[in-house]
Design a protein around this ligand. Structure first.
Ligand code: ZN
Length: 231
């Protein structure tokens, strides 16, 4: 089990929905940002189906959730936020989507990419499966110049991403001590007010989850990842 061994200079976090990052890796992101990492956040959807209010339109929901996400990103020290605005719940593993993420990898040139583990057993949400698969496929496409050559014509260069960190994983082998960052994680989650009304005691649950993870490496709070190093 690894602990506290890596601070990437540049990080690309690719998630399906607003609040996915904060729940799964918000403490780690804040810790890396404080240590000098440039953290870029990409959201495939703006969570436009994330309401039980029959009078709320998808467009209005997106506006609310993008505002909430920008506030949360500020709390964590994220450099920039990119909204791809695909339709919530309808992400698919397509070549066009892979190429879109590949272009972002070539643009931001991350040392580390952080995303959903697409191999998690019984992952029910289709977006979480799709975005993990597409992001990992895009790492390979971004690396080699004969993939999507029109991106090179447009001025982008091939980029090799050295580290992948997968959250919501069945196979954690890298735990980050976030004991000093639990408050920031909770504050960033609190920015997503539109989502927290139907999650009673969300703070207790998030704290308990981080405590159980932390116990594995003898710290108060931690977040867990599957780490893949690409040579
Ligand atoms: Zn999600």
């Amino acid at each position: 089990m690894q602990n506290n061994t890596i601070v990437p200079k540049s990080v690309l976090v690719v998630v399906a929905h607003p609040d996915d990052m904060e729940f799964t890796c918000g403490g780690t992101v804040a810790k890396w940002a404080d240590a000098g990492s440039q953290v870029h956040l990409v959201l495939a959807t703006s969570g436009d189906k994330g309401t039980k209010d029959r009078d709320m339109s998808p467009h209005a929901m997106s506006d609310i959730r993008e505002r909430e996400q920008r506030s949360a990103a500020d709390v964590l020290g994220i450099a920039d936020v990119t909204f791809l605005r695909h339709r919530d719940g309808e992400l698919e593993v397509t070549m066009a989507f892979r190429n879109q993420i590949s272009a972002l990898i070539r643009k931001f040139e991350p040392d580390a990419l952080v995303t959903h583990d697409p191999w998690r057993s019984y992952q029910v949400h289709p977006d979480h499966r799709a975005i993990g698969t597409v992001s990992i496929d895009a790492i390979v496409a971004a690396r080699d110049h004969l993939y999507v050559p029109e991106q090179l014509v447009a001025g982008l260069e091939p980029h090799h991403t050295s580290h992948v960190f997968l959250f919501s994983t069945d196979a954690p082998d890298h735990l980050e001590d976030i004991s000093d960052y639990m408050d920031r994680k909770l504050t960033s989650l609190g920015c997503h007010a539109s989502q927290l009304g139907h999650l009673p005691n969300w703070q207790d649950r998030v704290i308990q989850w981080a405590e159980l993870t932390g116990e594995r490496i003898g710290v108060r709070y931690a977040e867990a990842f599957k780490h893949i190093e690409l040579l």
